[in-house]
Ligand binder design. Structure first.
Ligand code: SAH
Length: 237
């Protein structure tokens, strides 16, 4: 009797212990799975690597503590300094459309929270990301550094790209520019793709896909979006 009781105790102890540890490891796992199902798969996100990456990255770790419980909701969230982390669907859409592959080197302009960079880092070989607000760059560098060794974060004006780290298979711009910065087109590989919101601040902007084939540059308008503005270093002075 005593022996059986002890065994039972040990067994429940183990189960409880395991359950608690798993919940502590990731209390948002169920919400994240639901986000992938209802916000991505139920719409038009079907690229397997993108779905896998967004099902893996703990989005709640990329937002300020006060926003964590909203991290998996169907909307952008404030991350400080007047900036936002994009809505999950937009991240999925932008990731899927560049067709990221394991051997790729990708540039992101507008690190913000670091979430888009993390999603890319799950899929591709190298991610280079540039943020103009030093404090945001610093926070993102810290959280990304805890999970990835294939992401480099630089502080500066992304208009000029990152020439020494290029050329890039893809470029993801997550702030709305008035026009497509020529240095970014320059730093795309032959066959490379860039996704960028183009338009004036605080008006409807258009998400555009730019493709480079030899000396040919083609652009395609995808959908209306609303992003924070692409700021320039000189305007801050
Ligand atoms: N990709 C981010 C979205 C952040 S919002 C995420 O996953 O959270 C866009 C970011 O672009 C902001 O943090 C803003 O500060 C930054 N940004 C705006 N203009 C920029 C520029 N010229 N160069 C680099 N970053 C810029």
């Amino acid at each position: 009797m005593y022996y059986l009781g002890l065994k039972f105790l040990l067994l429940t102890g183990c189960l409880l212990g395991y359950g608690t540890a798993a919940a502590q490891r990731d209390p948002y796992e169920a919400e994240r799975r639901q986000m992938v199902r209802t916000q991505l798969q139920a719409r038009d996100i079907h690229h397997r690597a993108t779905l896998r990456a967004m099902g893996t990255v703990p989005r709640h770790l990329y937002v300020p503590a006060a926003q964590q419980r909203f991290a998996y909701q169907d909307r952008p969230l404030p991350i400080g300094y007047g900036q936002t982390i994009s809505q999950p669907y937009i991240v999925g859409y932008m990731t899927q459309i560049i067709r990221p592959e394991a051997r790729h080197n990708v540039l992101e302009i507008g690190t913000g929270s670091g979430y888009q960079a993390a999603v890319l880092a799950e899929i591709v070989d190298q991610v280079h990301t540039i943020e103009i607000v030093p404090e945001l760059g610093q926070t993102a560098r810290r959280v990304l550094g805890q999970h990835y060794d294939n992401v480099r974060v630089k502080t500066g004006d992304g208009y000029y790209g990152w020439e020494e780290a290029g050329p890039f298979d893809a470029i993801v711009v997550t702030a709305a520019a008035e026009y497509i910065p020529p240095p970014l087109v320059e730093q795309l590989k032959d066959g490379g793709k860039m996704i960028i919101p183009v338009g004036s601040p605080f008006q409807v902007q258009l998400l555009m896909l730019v493709e480079k084939k030899g000396s040919d540059i083609t652009t395609r308008t995808l959908m209306p979006v609303r992003f924070v503005p692409f700021t320039r270093a000189s305007q801050d002075q």
